[in-house]
Write a protein that binds this ligand. Structure first.
Ligand code: ACO
Length: 337
């Protein structure tokens, strides 16, 4: 039995900064409402013509992670790509990144569809392959192009202000020291809440008949995401806390042992609620939703990369990743850095 560790991290966000004031020019919203409800001050959006897409941003983040891991692109044995906003309905973004990186081997590529929990699920998948000894180096990516699929009219304002574009990546590699690296991962889902945070798409039963009925002209396609905000909030704060405690208990750790918690950047109010509930200090929790909004599968790897770049994660630290999102799905990763 082997153990995996993070050998390299990278992130990428588009240059185009969209402030709350910018959004208020498109819809009936304002900086005060957005900051009070979500903590978000600005986010990044892909700009037409800037060359970015979900796979391209994932590739840019992956390139940095591979360089920092000090391996060659051809040492990658597996790609795991988490996104809810793929470039194409099929195939997935994993194979696109393989091509963009110019990987010369025929390593497999898996796309993970677990929304805000996508990166935690993807890390868990990667960890299993390394643990069994099947693979040595796994590239894990979370990337989202939300701005291409949001309703920026008044109708979509409670959702559109929350999300941003970006990507983060990690290279997981076999650890030479047992006890260092990923200690355990914990995954859950509860499908009865599918519709509380969801988006209808090209293969939903609803889609074909309803799209014709709703849009005889085909000019107002109802493909935007739906979120029952208060319901999501209530479940998120419960599940986040539960799954962090579950992970700590599995490793004989206490809340005080956490050196750094990187929660999925859903909403600053959710992160602050978890922090208060677990009685964690400001130094023990990393948030950057203020700058990037909620980037779904990309939020944890972007935050983890920034925390590491800022020297906030040191060798020997207990680092906890935790996520909750559409599905509902949720999970945690407990690591010794
Ligand atoms: N700007 C200004 N006013 C707005 C906006 C906006 N962007 N959006 C909604 N409003 C108005 C509404 O029309 C409503 O007005 P009314 O009282 O006159 O009818 C009022 O603000 C309150 O609307 P609600 O939809 O009830 O807003 P709420 O206070 O619930 O806040 C929010 C919405 C921020 C989404 C909240 O429900 C929440 O924090 N939910 C948690 C879920 C979450 O953050 N998810 C993140 C993504 S999912 C994930 O990552 C897991």
């Amino acid at each position: 039995m082997y153990q995996s560790k993070i050998a390299g991290l990278g992130s990428y966000v588009p240059e185009n900064v969209v402030t709350n004031d910018d959004l208020s020019k498109l819809m009936d919203t304002n900086d005060a409402w957005i900051q009070e409800r979500t903590g978000i001050k600005e986010r990044r959006h892909i700009k037409k013509g800037d060359g970015n897409s979900t796979s391209v941003m994932g590739f840019k983040a992956a390139k940095i992670a591979i360089e920092r891991a000090k391996i060659s692109k051809d040492d990658i044995d597996l790609i795991v790509f988490a996104t809810l906003s793929p470039d194409l309905y099929f195939p997935g973004c994993g194979v696109m990144v393989q091509e963009l990186l110019g990987i010369n081997n025929t390593c497999p590529a898996i796309d993970v569809r677990d929304q805000c929990s996508g990166f935690v699920y993807a890390i868990s998948v990667a960890d299993q392959f390394i643990k069994t000894g099947m693979y040595k180096n796994v590239l894990v990516i979370g990337s989202e192009n939300h701005s291409g699929g949001l309703d920026f009219s008044d109708r979509g304002r409670s959702i559109s202000v929350i999300f941003g574009d970006g990507a983060g990546a990690a290279v997981l590699t076999r650890s030479n020291h047992i006890g260092q690296g990923i200690l355990s991962t914990h995954l859950h889902s509860e499908g009865k809440h599918v519709m509380e945070l969801s988006q209808k798409g090209p293969s939903t039963e609803y889609w074909v008949p309803q799209i014709i009925a709703d849009n005889p002209q085909g000019d107002d396609i109802p493909y935007y995401p739906y979120m029952n905000g208060p319901f999501v909030f209530k479940h998120a704060i419960t599940r986040f806390t539960e799954v962090i405690l579950e992970g700590l208990k599995a490793n004989g750790l206490e809340i005080d042992d956490i050196n750094m918690l990187i929660p999925h950047q859903a909403n600053l109010r959710i992160s602050q609620f978890i922090q208060q509930k677990l009685k964690l200090s400001d130094d023990q929790v990393f948030n950057n939703i203020q700058k990037y909004g909620n980037t779904t599968a990309a939020s944890i790897p972007i935050a983890l990369t920034e925390a590491w770049e800022q020297g906030k994660i040191k060798d020997g630290d207990t680092v906890v990743l935790a996520a909750f999102g559409s599905g509902f799905t949720w999970g945690s990763v407990i690591m010794e850095w």
